[in-house]
Design a protein around this ligand. Sequence first.
Ligand SMILES: [Zn+2]
Length: 227
Amino acid sequence: MNLKKIFISVICLLSVQVSCKEAAHEHRLKGEINPQKSLVLLKNGNTRYATDHPNLKGIGKADRSKLVSGQKPYAIVLSCSDSRVPPEIVFDQKLGEIFVVRTAGQSLDSAAIASIEYAVSHLGSNLIVVMGHESCGAVKAALSTLKGGDAGSPWLNKLVADLHPHLKRFSELSQTDGVIVESWANVEGVAKDLLDRSEIVKGLVQPGEVKIQNALYHLGSGEVEWR
Ligand SMILES: [Zn+2]
């Protein structure tokens, strides 16, 4: 590729980036779905799920076809990878409606931050839900290694080390029922970390264009508690 072609490619790439960001901004400013309305949609979906009345719509062939050309998920859900906590089901959402990032203990690694930044910058998502859950194994593992110890591998040690600052006031020996209190502390710590570590997220949250909402899922009832 000669120099002229490289120059044109870079200009094209930058143009696409700018237009994507403008489209995301416009999508949020339209007011069709603001952060408050996004939250209502998720709350209503969770009520349908928890009362055994899910819509089970928006997952068919026609829905897939509509989404081939692009996506505009209104909310981002950062949640634990736990198999009992699938956000699309817990919030009874259709294809294309929520952008989901999942890691054990919703720990905020670089890929998770980048994924969230992509969704708020390019897809117009305006609500970021940080959702922990009852009896989280990652929170329990972090509690059990607060005073040292091996979580099982260098990667697992890195993950629990990321959670430790959120849990340092607790002890493994006096865990609350379902580690609920500790899991809330982890959710709040992750949400704070996200603001501290992402200039993009902070720049959108401060003027109110994007909202971060903390949440905790209860395994037995299926209800999401908001805080
Ligand atoms: Zn978990």
